[in-house]
Design a protein around this ligand. Sequence first.
Ligand SMILES: [Zn+2]
Length: 392
Amino acid sequence: MIELKRIQTASSEVIRDINRRIVLNLIRTRQPISRADLARVSGMQRSTISLIVEELVDEYWVLEGPTGRLPRGRRPTFLRLNDDRVIIGVDIRPIQTTVALADVNGKFTSQEVMPTPADPKIAVQALIQRIQTIIRSCRNKKIEGVGISLPGRFNQNSDRLVFAPNLKWRDVDLRNPIVKATGLEVELENAANACVLATVWFDTLVTCRNLVVVTVSEGIGAGVLINGQLARGLNGMAGEFGHVPLDPKGPECSCGSRGCWEVFGSNRAAVRYYLESGAHAGGLSFLDLLSLADQGDTLAARSLETMAHYLGRGMRMIVAGLAPERIIVIGDLTRSWHRFGPVIEAEVQDQILPGGCMPAITPAHEDGMARLRGTVALVLQKHFGTGLAHAS
Ligand SMILES: [Zn+2]
């Protein structure tokens, strides 16, 4: 039997919750903003806005700023997010881990880098120590939680890192030991997915609902936003385009297979092309390769071009399979986008299906912080929703 009364209660709670998220996101993206402007932009009643804002002020999510001055004597009070609410962001990469502190606006106030221990148990203990140090330094602030970006896929149901070929941690529980030791809520997410969240949340220029972020470093990762939702798939394994073989006879990949996209299109691949071309340069990094190309080293430039061709070829899978409006590329290669962009675009354009559309392929404004910004969004999601409300 359906109890009508219960349904009505539930739906009014859902609406209240949605309205609250819309108001929070409007304050977040348009602050400082007055109540009158909130009502105008959201289309909600002034009374509804006043109630929600009162609640948000009571909970210290929102602060009332200075009084503004408008013509005809009106003096609205401007609202902004309370930046004493902070988030601890952790970006774990195969070589190094960054632990940072940010406010609700995604502004980072501190960060430190440590080497990533090979043993996950030691890594967790090291992280707990850093987090506890931050907690002690934040006595006057409210810590919302810890967001962690991982170079692998994380199964949200089993709390396990299920696939991290470049990190080589297997079947590790990263969440519960940190929760137990710090008393904070901990959210974990794949690095490419974290970059999707960072884009949706903090890049106000990007408002599309079908978007793929491709992260290019030692490997290639992809984070997929479909119809405004992050696609995680079964076991959190969605987005592993980097491990689809382009050539089954190709070089061995860290996943155990051969000839995966990332074996041909990653930073590591470009360094390999350079060494294979006969250049004598042991211990060369990808950044060295970018500078060599800029200094006129034609072998270096050619190696980067080969990498770019393969990046474009791999992106054909993404374009044909997901039809995104935009592909955002993140990684050190964006520093030399003039070398990569045109080659990648030409490769993708070559294989657009009849009826298909060429997506915009753009480099992220790379400051190396996209993953960390994503960890902030990850923690704030439960209060703000997907963050897409500002685009609605
Ligand atoms: Zn692979």
